[in-house]
Ligand binder design. Sequence first.
Ligand code: SF4
Length: 273
Amino acid sequence: MVKTGPIENHRFREEGAMVYPVYSRRSRGLSVGVNLFPGGKVCSFDCPYCEVFPFKNDIEFSLKTMESGLRRVLDEAAQRGETVRDICFSGNGEPTMSPHFIQAAEAALRIRDEGAPAADLVVISNGAGLLNGAVFTFLRNAARGAAHLRLWLKLDAGTEGWYRQMDRSALPFADLIAKIREFAASAPFVIQTMICAVEGNAPPPDDAAAWEALVLDLPPGLTAVQLYGKARPAPEDPLASALPAAFLEERAASLGEKFRQKFPSPPPVEVFP
Ligand code: SF4
């Protein structure tokens, strides 16, 4: 299934859409989503703030459908005179867990080059894909090469304790951090951090300090940091809840100041409350 007209929310994704244009706050314009899991959520994390509502159908991912859908959506955007800011792999879960991920991303890069060469190809990942050698190599080569793939990596915590609450994953935190550090040494990427309360508790100060120390060590690969607030409903509401924008601004200001002290050209720190 392909949704061609822009949508305002992600309900189409839960009805089996593989390709859908959406106006995105983080892309600051029209983004074309690619969903590798039209049949149900697949993810190695279980974030309490996750916006993917439970659903199940028998739609299977098809590379052919994705390719033709992507071409059609790019054509239609061009006919409306709209600029596509990016093609974004996110969808119902962790895109790198799909057996089709590398093939689909390569196809999307080709179609991007033909139909919207100025658009970025963005992969939003919880980082678990970096633990897979083939995925790590593909992402590293595509991010630092002419393909200009942009990897947006989740890093919600600086400590094992807060990671367990925010991401509820069985993957060892230390392994993920080691792989993010390895990636940072060889290719560009963006860090995305969700800052919200879990069971009414904000991230503790020791976690904020550990997160900041971790992030400060990630340049030169780290090109930007995006701090997110909980802005959309989640099936587990009210387990996770939004914090005041000032809380996020304070975290951003603290990191920004330390970046400026350490680097002549510091990565930007943006807040999306
Ligand atoms: S990593 Fe993303 S898709 Fe997976 S549970 Fe967390 S928010 Fe949901």
